[in-house]
Design a protein around this ligand. Structure first.
Ligand SMILES: Cc1ncc(COP(=O)(O)O)c(C=O)c1O
Length: 417
């Protein structure tokens, strides 16, 4: 039987201090499926403002109904092709390969490179675990770098130091919807003949120097999970301008069926297909993507204008070369200046019916990767983990909700009174 990797806080030494308080402390528990709307807090009866929720106000129902009425509900059908084409166009790429989720969009992209055991892939330690797992699925080794402190993205200067003859790819992850500084990364990769696979799971429509994330590297992976800027419930897409990668990804996605004869396989393929039903939702969502992004940018401004002057609060960054899409509106809390720590502030918000989520726990602190990265330290990622959390960030968040949430933060800030 598979055994879990156990790691106690005591074994983590001083790294234990960055690990967030256990969820019961903040009462509104982690809800894995953000498909709810007006949830209520059982103990107070008050409705909760969730961290995120999908907005399904376009052609979703119409297109899903069409798929059902025409009997095309499996993984062939016109919505798949239309969604692939429209999303690729929205990203500024030639090809889009729809698949079952964002994790396997990344795995599919890496699988096309033909990684072998012992190959190395450089990635930021501060990300969601799917980035590291996609590398591990290929039998390759994730190699970690820290974040730069200004924009909370992968530190490109550290990437150069981690390149070895075994490095086959670099994965920049556009964290929380802000792009990584891609030009120096692409130049470095070009000099060393290394592929760049963007993890754009959180960055639909984000722009780097006028070009959209997902079109900058050799290939990219997006997620359409229920909490993403556009969603298909579960779903993902690989985008690329590289015809060879696209052809191989389409084939690997579908058990690597050969074109010569049926049931004739030249690769170990996967069943990573998306259904026409999901793609029907996806097409309706991509039609609304620009509006969702506009709402998020507007909401971020509204949040920032109310929060920036509170002592000890750092609002989300925006580089001059970037257009953030604020997948999640994240804050850092400086305990001394604010007067309470991140977990205490989350508890105060939870007590007022506001759901929040802590920032990611870095890969070098994960039980399952502990032995692999033992002894490695990444101070910026550790600070983000210790002090960071995000506020409700749905595209449909209203001004009055933002006013309410920010008024609670002001009210509970000990150093404002
Ligand atoms: C950075 C990053 N990569 C990959 C994924 C995986 O996407 P999915 O949940 O669709 O598998 C996520 C999901 O939240 C993510 O945030």
């Amino acid at each position: 039987m598979l055994q879990p990797a156990e790691l106690t806080l005591a074994e983590m030494g001083d790294l234990a201090s960055i690990i967030p308080a256990a969820d019961p402390e903040v009462r509104i528990r982690y809800h894995p499926i953000p498909d709810f709307d007006h949830r209520t807090d059982q103990s107070t009866g008050r409705s909760i403002i969730p961290v995120c929720k999908p907005t399904l106000e376009g052609n979703e129902l119409k297109y899903v109904t069409q798929a059902i009425e025409t009997n095309w509900i499996s993984s062939a059908g016109s919505f798949i092709r239309d969604f692939e084409a429209k999303f690729a166009e929205a990203c500024g790429t030639t090809y889009g390969i729809a698949c079952a989720n964002g994790t396997i969009a990344m795995h599919l992209a890496l699988a096309t490179l033909g990684l072998e055991p012992g190959d190395e892939v450089i990635m930021p330690t501060f990300t969601m675990i799917a980035t590291a797992n996609a590398i591990t699925y290929c039998g390759a080794k994730p190699v970690l770098v820290d974040m730069e402190p200004n924009y909370w993205q992968m530190d490109i200067e550290q990437v150069a130091a981690k390149i070895t003859p075994r490095t086959k790819a670099i994965i920049p992850v556009h964290i929380y919807g802000h792009p990584t500084d891609m030009d120096p990364l692409l130049e470095l990769a070009r000099q060393h003949g290394i592929m760049v696979i963007e993890d754009a799971a959180e960055a639909h429509g984000a722009e780097y120097k006028g070009r959209r994330c997902g079109s900058l590297g050799d290939a990219s992976g997006f997620s359409f999970y229920g909490n993403k800027i556009i969603t298909t419930g579960e779903g993902g897409m690989l985008t690329t301008n590289n015809r060879e990668i696209a052809k191989l990804a389409w084939n690997l996605r579908d058990h690597a069926f050969s074109h010569e004869r049926h049931f004739w396989h030249k690769y170990i393929g996967f069943n990573y297909r998306m259904t026409n039903l999901q793609a029907a939702v996806g097409l309706a969502q991509v039609e609304q993507m620009d509006k969702f992004i506009e709402n998020r940018r507007h909401n971020a401004q509204e949040y920032t204008s109310r929060l920036a002057s509170i002592p000890g609060i750092t609002t989300p960054p925006q580089a001059s070369w970037a257009k953030n899409v604020y997948w999640m509106y994240g804050l850092l809390v400086d305990e001394k200046k604010f007067g309470m720590n991140r977990d205490q502030l989350r508890k105060a918000l939870a007590d007022n019916g506001i759901e929040t989520r802590t920032f990611f726990i870095p890969m070098h602190c994960q039980p399952v990767y502990w032995e692999q990265f033992k002894g490695q330290r990444y101070p910026v990622a550790e600070r983000l983990c210790r002090d960071g959390f995000y506020l409700p960030s749905a595209s449909s968040l209203t001004l009055s909700e933002i006013e309410y949430i920010t008024s609670i933060i002001r009210e509970v800030c000990p150093n404002l009174h």
